[in-house]
Design a binder for this molecule. Sequence first.
Ligand code: M6R
Length: 568
Amino acid sequence: MCGICGYFGAEAVKKVCDGLKILEYRGYDSCGLAYVGDGKINSIKTLDGVDELIKKSEGLSTEMVIGHTRWATHGAVTLNNAHPHFSASKKLVMVHNGIVENFKELKKNIDIDFYSATDTEVFVNLIEKESGSLIEKVISASKKVKGAFAIIVLSERGEVVLGKRETPLYLSTGEKGVCVSSDVLALDGEKIYALGDDEFASIENSKILFFNKNGKKIVKKCEKIEKNMNFSQISFKTHMESEIFETKTALIKTLKKYKNEDIFSLIKLPKNFKSVVLVACGTAYHSSLVGAEFFKSIGIDARAYVASEFRYGREILSEDTLYIFVSQSGETADTIASAKLVRARKLCTLALTNTPNCLLNRVCKSVLPTFAGREVAVASTKAYCCQVFSLYLFSAYLAGKRLPTVQTLKKIPLLEFPREQVEDIAKFEKVFFVGRELDHLTALEASLKLKEISYINSVAIASGELKHGTLALVDETSIVVAISTEKRVKEKLRSNLEEIKARGGKIIVLSCFDDFADYDLVKIEKFADFLMPIVSIIPLQFLALRVAEQRGFNPDRPRNLAKSVTVE
Ligand code: M6R
């Protein structure tokens, strides 16, 4: 997580602050910058966000700046732990994204008084202890570090060295100078270079030299990288609200792209293709669960796994399986590690991502992009809908079915959850989401959304499972939101709701069926089955958003979380 940015050239302070503003989605616990001025290194840090950093650095003029926006891994959210971090002599300063897994072991051999609890302070002091030029020091220190990292190191003499392993780092050159950033969207400059794993670079007078892990100079070609992801404008009070409202446009764009461009036929399928394994985290895992159902419905065996489990699990990998890695950002550490594991076995890997040029796309053999546009809010909404939709479209393509029309998508309602019920739910400290089959999967996503941004304790469960334990939690202090769009099991769900009612639980039903009219019913329109997970999640995303607002929380910046999870 964490975003790093550096600029070396005219207007460096402004460029770094602009970059950090874009990178704030990667973590917002603290931010800071360091610069060379009067022959020494100075820094400015704050716990109050990039806007405050901009205020604090007003009037500052220098041509060498590195900056950081933090999601805390080692050490509490304090100014001491905020980046950039200095070496003991104050001759080096560094910004870092990643985790030094062996930092305790390394720390034992560095005999200084550490001022922070971070692994970064250990790393920068490790660099200082090495011998040779700055690039030599960085390369040899990196060899001793276990774990993923992206770093920019600045010396008091104005030397700049950067490097990375398993987490992104890009450079660009423009008229005014060289820019370095964790995300292409924060780059300023036309020619873009993507640093590979265990590659390093030094920047001197706008000249970039690239090195491999042995310190040998290498030549890197600049890449054509798509920076424009559209829809980044915020048209409502929060990014989350704007992004829910963009869902329909995103779905239509995805459908049109798939219809007009040869995207599916370029996907490399396994010989004797028999099954699909989907691997993802969080919301992307929930869309994978739905996707697995689509594949099963066309006769392809399919399972979905949480990436952090898959990468250390005992799954037997097989040549007749297509492994699909689903990720909005394409940067999620566990998902990428899982993809690398499968790719190393030379099996068929497909990245389903929303971010052009992301790391996951580089790891997998084929790419199936979604076209949701940039998603800024931590809570994933339109990207989830696009993932579900893409997985359906891919399954339909494999089964030789006709794809749906744009006209159908235009009819999808962006339905708000009724205000009265929102106010009701916001009062409870326990919210259960229940459903069966696909509705159970929607319940999982609805529950994650609610707890993520409103901090209400929420559980999602297949309603038939309630009486096997969880029903014990249901009482007058809890509320149950039931989802019913699956005709086959609606009577079964109804029986489960009666059981809840008998125990004094309050129930709200979100359904496309009139059968639940005797309950507090939020009625949604009936569409083709494959669209129902999308039609039903939209009001539930609104529910989470409005409850968070009602409770006075900023839905775009939930506590303890960040948009990109680049550490395991
Ligand atoms: O970028 P990814 O789709 O790989 O991210 C995976 C999860 O971190 C993400 O979906 C997370 O669960 C969201 N905050 C959910 O709203």
